[in-house]
Design a protein around this ligand. Structure first.
Ligand code: 13P
Ligand code: SF4
Length: 351
């Protein structure tokens, strides 16, 4: 198995080397100088020297292949700042996916994000550089689980986080993301709402919502690791530090934070408030991406990595563009009901 994967990677590398100039060179540095200027505070020059030939090749190939790169805020800075056309949180990426004019979408993020793009653009080609990029939330629940919850709470609307498979979206009434969850829940008819699959997001929303929320107990492997004690230790070690947290964190962590929001909400908060020092209680790469644009802010970096997000690299983005792999498909029977659940979310968000 490992040998097979290694052989595939070696073959891909050899083919890419035959087609593109991937040697470290002064020319590649010159051609990417404007992009490096954006990230020089977070990427050391020797690292950028290795990235530059890939960044150059990807940006050229995108035009030739009529492709657009959508990147989540958790991508590493050489992807986020170097090759993405649109970067954002799950909601922004879903909305942008409905607007892109290119025929091919390269989704730099995890599989459920690529599925969402396909659901919203069934006629386009959606590629993910590594289809093994999953999500602990998406893999925690099935459509059969949703049906069981419906049976337990008859009449309650099912609000599913976008961090779900197309099958689960299709079994839900409406989707939500971390940036609109409260508004979506409040917009549902009835006193009780079923929220899946993130138990912490549901509890954090329940603390603000007027409705009763029953929920599935899935968790994000990155955010569930943070503790309130750890946040208090940051405050003690860095007096005056601002602490901002993602709502996938446990309730006591969110309660300890100064602000809670989606990844885009957290970025906006830092850009608007310009704290002298901040801790972003979320996946590691985000601090690097924001630090590149806010040199006046000092970032204390707790480092919890999402192993799924980190499967995406410049190398496999180039291979994906070059070879047209790995194509994301959604079974026909889920396309229409899943699109309805996502479109409803976009409509409520826009209203
Ligand atoms: P955002 O929608 O806030 O970007 O969150 C998506 C995600 O997977 C966070 O772990
Ligand atoms: Fe899933 Fe958490 Fe990784 Fe986001 S950070 S993709 S929620 S496992």
């Amino acid at each position: 198995m490992f040998l097979n994967a290694q052989t595939k990677a070696d073959t891909a590398r050899a083919e890419m080397e035959a087609h593109y100039d991937l040697e470290v060179s002064e020319a590649a540095m010159r051609d990417t100088a404007d992009l490096y200027a954006r990230v020089k505070d977070v990427i050391p020059e020797p690292d950028w020297m290795r990235f530059a030939p890939y960044v150059r090749a990807i940006n050229k190939l995108k035009g030739e292949k009529d492709a657009v790169v959508l990147a989540h805020n958790y991508m590493t800075p050489e992807i986020f700042h170097g090759v993405s056309d649109v970067a954002g949180d799950s909601l922004q990426l879903a909305i942008e996916a409905t607007k892109v004019r290119q025929q091919t979408i390269i989704q730099c993020g995890v599989h459920f994000m690529a599925e969402t793009s396909k659901i919203l653009n069934p006629q386009k080609t959606v590629l993910i550089p590594d289809s093994r990029a999953g999500c602990s939330l998406a893999s925690s629940i099935t459509a059969a689980d949703i049906e069981r919850m419906r049976a337990d709470y008859p009449g309650a609307q099912v609000v599913s986080y976008v961090n779900t498979t197309a099958e689960v979206k299709a079994a839900s009434d409406i989707c939500c993301t971390s940036s609109n969850a409260l508004a979506i829940v409040e917009a549902q008819p009835g006193d009780t709402v079923i929220m899946t699959p993130d138990g912490y997001l549901a509890q954090n929303v329940a603390n603000q919502a007027k409705k009763r929320i029953v929920y599935w107990e899935g968790a994000c492997i990155v955010h569930e690791q943070f503790t309130a004690e750890e946040l208090r230790a940051y405050r003690e070690a860095h007096p005056g530090v601002a602490i901002i947290a993602h709502p996938e964190c446990p309730v006591e962590v969110v309660e300890e934070a100064d602000f809670t929001g989606s990844t885009a909400g957290m970025i906006q908060w830092v850009k608007t408030n310009r704290p002298a020092k901040v801790v972003m209680v979320t996946e590691c790469s985000m601090s690097d991406n924001v630090a590149a644009e806010t040199p006046d802010v000092e970032f204390v970096r707790p480092c919890n990595i999402c192993p799924h997000m980190k499967r995406i690299s410049l190398e496999n983005i180039l291979w994906s563009l070059h070879s047209g792999t790995e194509e994301v498909t959604v079974p026909e029977e889920y396309l229409e009901p899943a699109a309805r659940a996502v479109q409803r979310m976009i409509e409520v968000t826009n209203s």
